[in-house]
Design a protein. Structure first.
Length: 174
């Protein structure tokens, strides 16, 4: 895992877009983003049980697996959105970038690889992309029925109750 401020430069979303300015895990946790490095799947089971993640599946995002719809999928994952539930991803192979919005509405890019596990809180604006290797396999964990409908950013979603709840639990911008 490595987190850093996104450079906001033009160019393919799958490039690193690394501004060179790092973001530490404490800053991520202030945003409500939790990160773990777990090489033992038993530790994942423990976390799942503590946090009531009862269900899971595995998704592979790659041209080999997805065929013609791969490019379209990668573009759609990259639309800025939120969910009314946590988004939990445990990377099993390959790598990818999760971008999350900071308090000041800047992008923080989080590079994840095998054995990295991330929990994005409900209501945080975010997006995902594969990197230049075009391959990631991730376990998706969820509580009951997944509420993964992406709600794309806009005036209506800005006032969604889960969005408001998320903002109300964050510490004020310094
Ligand atoms: C998501 O929610 O953006 C995804 O599931 C993407 C694939 S998981 C790394
Ligand atoms: Ni999402």
């Amino acid at each position: 895992m490595r987190a850093y401020w996104y450079d906001n430069q033009a160019g393919d979303q799958r490039l690193p877009h690394d501004s060179g300015r790092s973001v530490d895990p404490q800053y991520l946790s202030n945003l409500g983003v939790l990160y773990y490095h777990l090489s033992d799947e038993e530790d994942v089971n423990k976390l799942a049980s503590e946090r009531s993640y009862k269900n899971r599946d595995v998704i592979t995002v790659s041209p080999e697996k997805m065929g013609d719809i791969y490019e379209e999928k990668v573009k759609s994952f990259f639309h800025e959105h939120l969910h009314e539930d946590e988004e939990i991803r445990y990377i099993r192979d390959g790598a990818g970038f999760f971008d999350v919005r900071s308090e000041g509405d800047e992008w923080v890019r989080i590079f994840l690889e095998k054995d990295d596990l991330i929990i994005l809180p409900a209501g945080i604006y975010h997006r995902f992309t594969t990197d230049n290797n075009n391959y990631i396999q991730a376990m998706r964990l969820f509580k009951e029925e997944p509420k993964w409908t992406p709600l794309n950013r806009g005036p209506e979603v800005d006032v969604n109750p889960f969005r408001k709840e998320y903002l109300s639990t964050r510490s004020p911008v310094a």
